[in-house]
Ligand binder design. Structure first.
Ligand code: KMH
Ligand code: ZN
Length: 271
């Protein structure tokens, strides 16, 4: 089995300091958290920026600062969010693509997102995908339910998304697909054999789905964006604590953990 790519999702757009006192918010905090996750075994970092007040922002300059600060510390793969927060406009959300990162997220459809709607029209998905293609950015295809996988397959057939594709199954969002093992298996069975995939389980689904990914040959995402606890009732002390556990479990289960350059090779990125 190929080595495990661990993605650290450090901050997200929804979590607050009140909920998770160790949440990294400033560019310096995010860069340091990324570095600590790299040391713990992460080869990719999924980044959401925050403004000076700690609110989600998709501002180009803030993402640029974060990217540069991370690159000064280590060679972890920088993957900014183009999902942003549910209230960001598509134009706001697209800004980090202009940094020509190696990867960026591309959400493949609309779903309810707790009390909000996460809106991704076909037209906007095309606009995002085209710009990523122009700048050589590999999309991580965020699929919150199975219909979004089907949309990705349809887009790939039309040449709007390049193959082999890399999927992120985001499971357990209230309003979209659940995070039981059968939900993950259904997603994995639905993608082409040459694809790669990772799984992001929300809340209590994070750890079991990480373990399932280790066993099934997929890849694993962990971090405060998806889950703020180490275990039930115990707030995690850092993103790195969560990464360290996934790396340890993977090694215990006989699967080595990928370095950033090994992850680049697995994902078809330039090393
Ligand atoms: N914050 C969610 C509404 C992504 O990063 O691309 C969207 C999200 C997906 O987190
Ligand atoms: Zn995100």
């Amino acid at each position: 089995m190929e080595k495990l790519i661990i993605t650290a999702c450090l901050t997200g757009a929804e979590v607050t300091r009140e909920q998770q006192p160790n949440l990294p918010l400033t560019p310096d905090e995010i860069a340091e958290a990324a570095y600590q996750c790299y040391l713990a075994g992460a080869s990719m970092v999924h980044v959401h920026a925050r403004d000076e007040k700690g609110n989600p922002t998709q501002d180009y300059a803030v993402y640029k600062e974060i990217k540069e600060k991370i690159e000064a510390k280590c060679n972890i793969i920088f993957q900014p969010s183009t999902g942003g927060a549910t209230w960001h406009t598509p134009q706001q959300r697209m800004q980090p693509i202009e940094l020509s990162p190696e990867m960026a997220t591309l959400s493949m459809g609309t779903c309810n997102f707790a009390d909000d709607v996460f809106m991704n029209t076909e037209e906007n998905i095309k606009i995002f995908a085209n710009r990523m293609n122009e700048l050589g950015v590999k999309p991580e295809l965020e699929c919150f339910e199975k219909g979004m996988v089907d949309t990705a397959l349809r887009f790939a057939k039309k040449g709007l998304i390049k193959t082999p594709m890399h999927f992120d199954f985001v499971l357990g969002v209230p309003g979209a697909m659940g995070g039981e093992l059968r939900d993950l298996l259904y997603m994995v069975e639905s993608i082409p054999a040459d694809s790669t995939w990772t799984v992001a389980g929300v809340g209590r689904y994070q750890l079991p789905l990480n373990i399932a990914a280790i066993m099934l040959g997929g890849h694993a995402r962990t971090g405060f964006e998806d889950n703020i606890y180490y275990k039930k009732g115990e707030i995690a002390t850092s993103n790195a604590q969560l990464v360290e556990r996934v790396a340890r479990l993977s090694r215990e289960m006989g699967r080595e953990v990928a370095t950033p350059d090994e992850a680049r090779a697995i994902l078809g990125l330039q090393v």
